[in-house]
Write a protein that binds this ligand. Structure first.
Ligand SMILES: [Zn+2]
Length: 353
């Protein structure tokens, strides 16, 4: 058992790494404030993925109920469920005191070199320009763990560290948003020192686990927006035949189609390019045949091979592409099992200086 975290409250200041800023949602496409719920939702997702990777069972859709004689999953023990509050509170302060509402951008990049076969028009990709000032995240302990310890769980600090370092915060991260930089690198070292020192060997639990994640980065020459639009176009195009439309929509996202009764779906990978031309992204593709992903699992290898190939096209990241994925031949550092991969992920710097 690792030692408890000494602090009962943690505070970190981050700033958006590029012009796309951070988007935390809002009614009718207008963001009125930086909402902690959006960041908390992401933190819950990453914590669940970390717990599953370490072999802990996590329920789907927080359906545990905390009452006498019933056991609850390890994620609900931290994030709460019916009858139980969260272990920690998370609040976000935006540095800009008078928050100006931000409306979802109508600006788009058009790929004039491509024509859709359906209507002959060029595909357009919208980019959001959201909140661009620093934010301060505070995590404070609210109640003791069910085991009695009064300390912020290391699963939370680890998930937050990985999310900031390798992932994104908030929404619209398929449109470039959510890449954050540390305002003070000492704070990054502090949070890293509070992470789980080791990962559990053994099997992952059912559901999306960190072992299913992939992270990538590389240097892009030329215009960032044009490259991001082109990459999204090429990935979608690479996932046509022999894959089903359902798989393509699930992986690349879809606006839905009311006439065909297809629901809109989010994207399984993120993509952004910072002001220096460095591309960063992450995503997940389940390895185990668990519902509702069962039907996609068999195509995992081919799909991710194709995604990696698009990113390493010579006019995209080329040889500069770095790909990280647990227990995979695609990983730039070679195949490694979960505990070794986790240790390396935690210790290796990720962002380009
Ligand atoms: Zn649960």
């Amino acid at each position: 058992m690792e030692t408890p975290i000494p602090e009962i409250s943690l505070q970190y200041t981050l700033r958006p790494a590029n012009e796309y800023g951070i988007w935390t949602g809002g009614a009718n496409g207008t963001m009125e404030s930086v909402k902690s719920t959006s960041i908390l939702g992401g933190l819950r997702f990453w914590t669940g993925a970390l717990l599953r990777a370490n072999g802990f069972d996590v329920c789907e859709d927080r359906n545990c109920i905390y009452e006498e004689g019933k056991s609850i999953c390890s994620l609900c023990k931290i994030f709460g469920c019916t009858g139980l509050s969260r272990v920690c509170n998370l609040s976000v302060d935006a540095s800009q005191k008078l928050f100006q509402p931000i409306t979802k951008s109508k600006k788009y990049t058009e790929l004039t070199n491509h024509r859709r076969t359906t209507d002959g028009k060029s595909p357009r990709y919208y980019f959001t320009q959201a909140y661009q000032c620093p934010i301060t995240i505070t995590i404070s302990l609210h109640r003791p763990l069910l085991e009695g310890t009064f300390a912020i769980p290391r699963e939370i600090t680890t998930a937050l560290y990985l999310m900031i370092t390798y992932g994104t915060l908030g929404a619209y991260d398929q449109y470039g948003c959510g890449l954050m930089d540390w305002k003070d690198p000492h704070e990054a070292e502090h949070l890293k020192s509070l992470c789980l020192p080791k990962a559990n060997p053994g099997k992952a639990a059912c559901g999306i686990s960190l072992r299913d994640f992939f992270f990538y980065k590389g240097q892009i020459q030329g215009d960032g927006k044009q490259a991001m639009a082109e990459i999204r176009y090429r990935i979608r195009d690479a996932l046509r035949s022999p894959f089903s439309q359902e798989l393509r929509h699930w992986f690349c996202g879809s606006l839905g189609n009311r006439a065909r009764k297809e629901e809109a779906s989010g994207c399984n990978y993120t993509l952004t390019i910072d002001s220096k031309g460095y591309m960063y992204g992450w995503g997940f593709y389940p390895t185990a045949s668990n519902l509702p992903y069962q039907k996609f699992v068999k195509d995992r290898e081919t799909v991710l091979d194709r995604v990696k190939k698009v990113l390493s096209d010579s006019d995209m990241a080329g040889n500069s592409l770095v790909w990280r994925e647990c227990n995979s031949k695609r990983d730039t550092k070679g195949i490694s099992e979960w505990p070794q991969w986790y240790a390396d992920l935690l210790q290796s710097p990720w962002r380009m200086a």
